[in-house]
Design a protein around this ligand. Sequence first.
Ligand code: CS2
Length: 458
Amino acid sequence: MRLSPDTAGRLPSDISRFSYERDHQQGGIVHFGIGAFHRAHQAWYTDLAMDTGDKDWAITGVSLRSPSVAAQMNPQQGLFTVTERSAKGSRTRLMGAVREVLVAGTGSAALSSLLAAGETRIVSFTVTEKGYCRAPNGSLDLDLAAQGSFYPVLAEAMDVRRESGVQGFTLLSCDNLAQNGQQLHRLMSEYLTARAKHLLPWFEAECRCPSSMVDRIVPATTAEDRSALAAQLGMDDEAAVFTEAFTQWVIEDDFAAGRPAWDRVGAQLVADVEPYETAKLRMLNGSHSALAYLGLERGHVFVHQAIADAEVRTLVERLMREEAAPTVSAGPEQDLERYASSLMERFANPALNHRLEQIAMDGSQKIPQRWLDTLAEQARRGRSCPAILTALAAWLRHVRQHQRSADDPLVPELRRLWQQYGSRDIAQRVFGSGGLLASAWQPSQEDLAFLMTDLSRP
Ligand code: CS2
């Protein structure tokens, strides 16, 4: 038996569930990149908001590449469960906020008309860092954008909306980029400038791109997770997601045509997201990436194992508290000491089984906002960051050994640099001026010597 509206009534009574009338909800959100993270985070908040009586924000998911999410969700008419796991036990809830999943290609006609329709007031994104098609210098790579990204279909929808007098929508980035809303605004503008210049004034006047900080650790679901859940539910849920109990969403309150009452269910709607986002990217995600590369090198598989390794733990604490935290201009509501302690606890959650390999993916896309911004800020103060430099060396070794560009789009280029320059000069070629990941951080002679020594170790 499989989860669906027909079978949901037979779920065990300890599974909590939404209480709104699903069939009476109109759509309001189109979401690009409907993976596990979205389902455990934005769909979760939307479901809870609709449960408080807010109406007409049902979500249609879009999968740009893989048809597998549609195969998981559509036979269940969008229903899925979220299970929160901690050392104390687990808790499962049935979610009704997602209506269906469209796959770009086969579903593109339906997608175009939905994006053009007035009921779509928010278009949101969890397409990962590389889904924004940025060149290493941060500008839009138009060739990449033409190959199955969201930009062309959005531009087309904007044209139809403008022509037919439909109001603009909000483009809400929920990815781990610094100033994600501003970046999306700039990249969308670059796309329009190159491909549909006449839409720029309409985009500026009618649309909004608020920034948001999203936080919930959501490991990829495994076959074992699904079968253990099936035993508990008495039915299969192919779209199930598993996560921690913690969740946070801080959103810039700047929407073109309304938003769900996410604030009623725990989201923080604020004027300025930046201090939250900077703390999260540099402290949580920065530590995660360090755990991934250092942990894998030391033979660990999961985050909770790497953080229990005294050597890795010491380094991660230093990265978080001594290197990243001092670069955050914390607002009055933020307590970075407490934040760091809570992150250490979350990483130690033994029930999550969060794979280091999952975090290690796409390092070249993640490192700038997780590590290089901290390095640049500390360099301005004349301070070095040995913990981040140690993690950077581990990343460089990681890309030397991992050959698949599926693991990181810049792997071919990075491997070429390794072959040409070796451990003596690779850091300069990647991070130095004119290098592949050149940024506001100009490595000093001491930084380069530190990296070279670390990389030359047998
Ligand atoms: C992780 C994030 O995979 C990764 O790169 O660092 O997905 C992390 O788990 C989330 O940002 C937590 O909110």
